[in-house]
Design a protein around this ligand. Structure first.
Ligand code: AHG
Ligand code: MN
Ligand code: MN
Length: 334
């Protein structure tokens, strides 16, 4: 049997052989992985720990925060603030940016995260996760929210950790996608898949069907054609899956293909979508592209969008390349 490759070894080799990542970024990713391990422990405790249920507080998006949203946010901040690799952090659960306190050295990277994705699934024991994105701080003294407003194509690392039947960390540093499974006995993440590839075609789509009456024409057309099955214009039967945790839906797509849609709809016409560009759509889009898939907002590549605010929302269509191209085509050339 070939030796097991730990996440630490994978990162050291990325640093040494391919020159993909500087030492500080390697440290940062190790720390994010350690924090994910700790969040995984809390998730696993469930009703045996004080981690289930909601709180009295709301986040900047007006969503009631679950206990685990807050626990995961704190774990990520405490783990990352002292290492000297970061200048600041931003999170779904914090309105403004979190600048590394003066008592610690300031590094050159910026970390963004959705500490706990799929909050509605915590109490029902369904897969949830942590999503993260790393940017380089632009040159210059100090750090401000403006420094975070870079398009997704500028990310230097992105990934997620899914807390499901297994805890799996999925990562890209721009050299393809690698998956690491948490070995609980050893306490370390072990490389279990490299060069992840999403099939270009698929027979599986993911969308919250209860919003159908609010959808825009191109989305309605696409789903209608899938539902028409073998007798319809697509000439094949489709399957539908919707976990309601983006991490779990994207993990399935990276594993066996598929397409995920959380499009703009008429419920709140002034909002571009539900999902957040900087810490949900951007990291997931880069992972999907690195695995040979595609990601658009229906009109343009998500990674090219210039953000104008930290908590900006975006319409998301990602996954198997030919399917995403088809849906994008339905939007741009109906
Ligand atoms: P979060 O829990 O971080 O707020 O994100 C939940 C997101 C995403 O994970 C998922 O795809 C979507 O919300 C589910 O939305 P619906 O409940 O509208 O299906
Ligand atoms: Mn989320
Ligand atoms: Mn969240």
């Amino acid at each position: 049997m070939p030796p097991k490759i730990s996440l630490s070894r994978y990162l050291v080799e990325q640093q040494r052989m391919d020159g993909h990542i500087p030492a500080e970024l390697r440290l940062l990713l190790e720390v994010v992985a350690r924090a994910s391990k700790s969040i995984s422990q809390s998730v696993n405790k469930g009703a045996l720990g004080d981690v289930m249920g909601g709180t009295e507080s709301e986040n900047v998006q007006g969503e009631v925060q679950k206990k685990l949203d807050i626990i995961a946010n704190e774990v990520l901040i405490e783990a990352n603030e002292w290492g000297g690799h970061l200048a600041a952090m931003a999170s779904e659960e914090m309105e403004g940016i979190y600048v590394v306190p003066n008592r610690y050295p300031q590094g050159e990277f910026l970390l963004l995260f959705d500490p706990l994705d799929g909050s509605s699934n915590i109490d029902v024991n369904v897969s949830i996760g942590t999503i993260f994105s790393v940017l380089k701080k632009p040159e210059g003294a100090g750090v401000s929210e403006q420094d975070f407003l870079q398009p997704g194509c500028k990310q230097v690392a992105a990934g997620y950790c899914v807390y499901g039947p297994q805890t799996t960390l999925v990562l890209t540093v721009g050299d393809g996608v690698a998956m690491f499974t948490l070995d609980r006995e050893q306490g370390s993440f072990v490389l279990t898949q490299e060069n992840v590839k999403i099939p270009e075609d698929t027979k599986e789509f993911a969308i919250n069907m209860s919003n159908m009456r609010h959808w825009d024409t191109p989305v309605k057309r696409y789903v209608d054609e899938c539902l028409a099955g073998v007798e319809g214009p697509r000439g094949k039967d489709f399957n539908m899956r919707w976990v309601a945790s983006m991490v779990a839906d994207v993990h399935r797509i990276l594993t066996r293909g598929g397409v995920f849609l959380y499009p703009w709809d008429k419920r709140e016409p002034n909002k571009p979508g539900k999902l957040r560009l900087m810490y949900e759509a951007n990291p997931m889009s880069w992972l999907v592209e690195q695995a040979g898939g595609a990601a658009t907002n229906g009109r343009e590549r998500i990674l090219d969008i210039q953000p104008t605010k930290l908590h900006e929302r975006v319409s998301v269509i990602l996954g198997s390349k030919n399917e995403v191209e088809r849906i994008t085509h339905y939007h741009t050339k109906p």
